[in-house]
Design a protein around this ligand. Structure first.
Ligand SMILES: CC(C)(COP(=O)(O)OP(=O)(O)OC[C@H]1O[C@@H](n2cnc3c(N)ncnc32)[C@H](O)[C@@H]1OP(=O)(O)O)[C@@H](O)C(=O)NCCC(=O)NCCS
Length: 169
């Protein structure tokens, strides 16, 4: 289930951002002490930010954000576009939950903003993320170097990529 963040998700947020495995390709883990100080009692709620809930507990998050038009990087042509992000607790990997949640979030987006494409940026070394992007129907726009690693920029449009959860293997 996709839902907004609640107070009971706080520990899972801390775990998500403190996990070395989760952070491998996204800038590394953050210190638990710092997170305990920084994460508010009720984690911040934003439109397009979904907690992924399995049987009443948070297992990850899926986000759809507008790219920062001021961000001076390679992806400037995509500025203003919505960008998909996903992070799941390590124990939830390898079960298809991320794919199912992303399909649902993209379906919501396609309904709210018909005909608007979504971009996705991930390190090419992040095999799981690359496989997920392909499964969701993202197609390559370009590859470039940033933060000392090769990055992959893909795009998804409702027409090409809107698939039902059942169609994801
Ligand atoms: C990227 C990430 C979300 C991918 O998670 P994931 O669980 O591998 O992704 P999926 O939901 O697509 O699951 C696919 C796996 O579930 C398996 N699976 C098991 N049962 C399944 C089912 N019933 N239906 C579908 N897939 C199933 C698939 O075979 C596949 O396994 P494989 O990778 O060994 O081939 C996860 O690795 C993560 O959180 N990484 C850290 C954060 C990160 O790097 N984010 C990217 C930012 S750009």
């Amino acid at each position: 289930m996709l839902r907004t963040a609640e107070a009971r998700d706080r520990a899972a947020f801390v775990e998500l951002f403190a996990s070395a495995e989760v952070g491998t390709y996204i800038g590394g883990p953050r210190s638990r002490d710092e997170l305990e100080r920084a994460v508010p009692e009720v984690p911040r709620r934003r439109r397009g930010h979904f907690v992924v809930d399995l049987d009443g507990a948070m297992i990850g998050m899926v986000t759809l954000d507008r790219r920062d038009a001021e961000r001076p990087d390679h992806v400037v042509p995509a500025a203003g576009r919505a960008s998909l992000g996903y992070m799941f607790l390590r124990e939830a990997w390898g079960r298809g939950y991320a794919a199912e949640a992303c399909v649902a979030a993209l379906g919501w987006f396609a309904g709210a903003f018909p005909d608007e494409p979504v971009v996705l940026c991930t390190q090419t070394a992040n095999d799981r993320s690359m496989r997920l992007a392909a499964k969701l129907g993202f197609t390559e726009v370009e590859r470039f170097e940033e933060y000392g690693a090769e990055q992959w920029l893909g795009v998804w449009s409702p027409v090409m990529g809107n698939r039902s959860p059942e169609s994801v293997p």
